[in-house]
Design a protein around this ligand. Sequence first.
Ligand SMILES: Nc1ncnc2c1ncn2[C@@H]1O[C@H](COP(=O)(O)OP(=O)(O)OP(=O)(O)O)[C@@H](O)[C@H]1O
Ligand SMILES: [Mg+2]
Length: 244
Amino acid sequence: MTATTHPEPVVELTGVTKEYPGGVTALRGVDLSIGGGELLAIVGPSGSGKSTLLHIVGTLDRPTAGCVRIAGHDIAALSDRSLSALRSRHVGFVFQSFHLVPGISARANVAEGLLYSGLSRAERGRRAAHALERVGLGDRMDHRPHELSGGQKQRVAIARAVAGAPDLLLADEPTGALDTASGESVMELLHELNRDGATIAVITHDNEIAASLPRQVRIRDGQVVADIRAGRAAPAGADAGAAR
Ligand SMILES: Nc1ncnc2c1ncn2[C@@H]1O[C@H](COP(=O)(O)OP(=O)(O)OP(=O)(O)O)[C@@H](O)[C@H]1O
Ligand SMILES: [Mg+2]
């Protein structure tokens, strides 16, 4: 993981709106800036627009209006092809349901995340092994997903997301499918990676998880209603209270 500090924020959204075909406005004028080395929660009730926001921040989708800058690049200026390249270089994803490839080893799953890195196959395997050691799975390299517990699967997914040292790690409900103990250990791992310099945004509807992170961005009905950093509150709207 690089601990490089960018002259610009890793993520900068200005006035981002997202309308889905069919008329749902999932985001309404979101301003959000994420600096290098931050660990934040994006928290809000079901349907508030969290996953939509993650897709836009992760450049998986483009906004209907507004500006998105990732690691200094204005994504509106990029073709879809350049955008995929930017994404593979700068962003790692972790999802609630792990999204591992069945039937191949943990190590092969992690190496898969480096497919477009330009590294040789041998180097990808070496880095995958290192990433798995880092998440505490050095002794499970050859296990296939169905031979791992839920918490271990999520660790493999995290190893895959961070193996390429992205500038930004985005996790959508990373503990949603886990029991309390595995969930806590996954959150502890995210804290550890952040201490090593990773910039991480965790999407959650769980207020307890959100409260355990140094910054909480609360969204409701597609708008940021509060942006709270540990110790000081910066209300982003009239309603700066809890999002649920
Ligand atoms: N592809 C889509 N097409 C049309 N509407 C969509 C699409 N994806 C999401 N929506 C709508 O946009 C709104 C925001 O959805 P989103 O998935 O971002 O919510 P969320 O905060 O992640 O919710 P949850 O906590 O349940 O995952 C919802 O009203 C949803 O129905
Ligand atoms: Mg969601």
